[in-house]
Design a protein around this ligand. Structure first.
Ligand code: BJW
Ligand code: ZN
Length: 239
């Protein structure tokens, strides 16, 4: 029998916390020793590209030492159980851990640590290497930047549109490990709710999206994911 139960997920920094990658906000967060304007805006990059590159290069080096955790692996398993076409993962994370866990068609709303873009010729390319000289240069002589989305920048349109379409058409929207304060990513959960999906959340703390949720697991993603998968499998026929 063909399975028509559709799950769309929105993940944030919290799902990678158990892999050892710091979240952004709060104590011990990645921005604790940086101002957001300095390292997460085009203005900051223009003002001090070296500082911004040092911040991202440190994160690239650290991310490579980290492994996907039970949360990432659980979502990849859910794709295997229900079918890739029925489980969409839109992530705000740039660490690539969903893909390394085996997840397919991951929608990277905020770009990737593993891509760079030239600010002169705008060519974008994959880059897993570490740069000897910072800021790194493109073959055209222009300066490269991390291909991530900073505040005030537009999200990659086609990717956001696909995430939006999946939010509109899913039965269940699963929000994992995000504070839900950054737009337009957070709006995807509201879109799903407006189109009639159930919204469930995994987060040890309340988030800005908790008010939308029928169910909230106040646990770490890795501790809750198997329970949530069981619950999805037991309710999918009731939708
Ligand atoms: C666990 C856990 C465990 C811990 N298990 N959970 C509407 C209203 C107001 C403002 C705006 C608006 N629309 C747009 C804006 C402006 C702005 C915005 O949203 N500002 C708000 C903050 C006020 N948005 C933008 O500027 C966006 N662009 C845009 O809208 O452009 C419009 C445009 C159109 C046309 C032309 C031009 C422009 C862009 C936003 C880009 C965000 N970029 C960043 C950096 C990415 C690169 C990088 O990684 O360095 O994305 S900011 C940062 O926040 C990063 C994250 O992806 C994002 C979200 O953070 P996240 O993932 O939620 O992390 P935390 O730390 O906040 O939360 C972690 C959670 O995990 C917590 O809840 C913990 O409890 C939980 N947790 N352990 C499960 N084990
Ligand atoms: Zn170039």
């Amino acid at each position: 029998m063909k399975n028509n139960f559709k799950v769309a997920c929105l993940t944030g920094a919290g799902i990678s916390a158990e892999s050892g990658i710091a979240t952004f906000r709060g104590m011990g967060g990645m921005w604790e020793n940086h101002s957001i304007e300095e390292v997460a805006t085009p203005y900051g990059y223009k003002k001090n590209p070296l500082l911004v590159w040092q911040f991202y290069e440190a994160r690239r080096r650290q991310a490579l030492t980290c492994k996907p955790n039970k949360g990432h692996l659980g979502l990849a398993r859910l794709q295997n159980i229900l079918g890739e076409e029925n489980v969409t993962i839109a992530t705000q994370n740039v660490d690539g851990l969903h893909q390394r866990a085996g997840a397919k068609n991951v929608l990277e709303l905020h770009g990737s640590l593993w891509r760079v873009r030239c600010i002169k010729c705008e060519k974008e390319s994959e880059s897993f290497e570490f740069f000897d000289e910072l800021p790194p240069k493109c073959n055209c002589g222009g300066m490269l930047r991390p291909a991530v989305v900073w505040f005030g920048e537009e999200l990659p349109q086609a990717i956001f549109q696909e995430a939006y379409n999946k939010a509109e058409s899913c039965n269940l929207y699963l929000v994992i490990g995000t504070s839900g304060v950054v737009e337009p990513a957070a709006s995807l959960a509201r879109v799903a709710a407006n189109y009639g999906a159930a919204v469930w959340e995994i987060n040890p703390e309340q988030s800005a999206l908790t008010y939308l949720c029928q169910k909230s697991w106040r646990k770490k993603a890795g501790d809750a994911i198997e329970e949530v998968i069981e619950e999805i499998l037991s309710v999918q026929n009731k939708f």
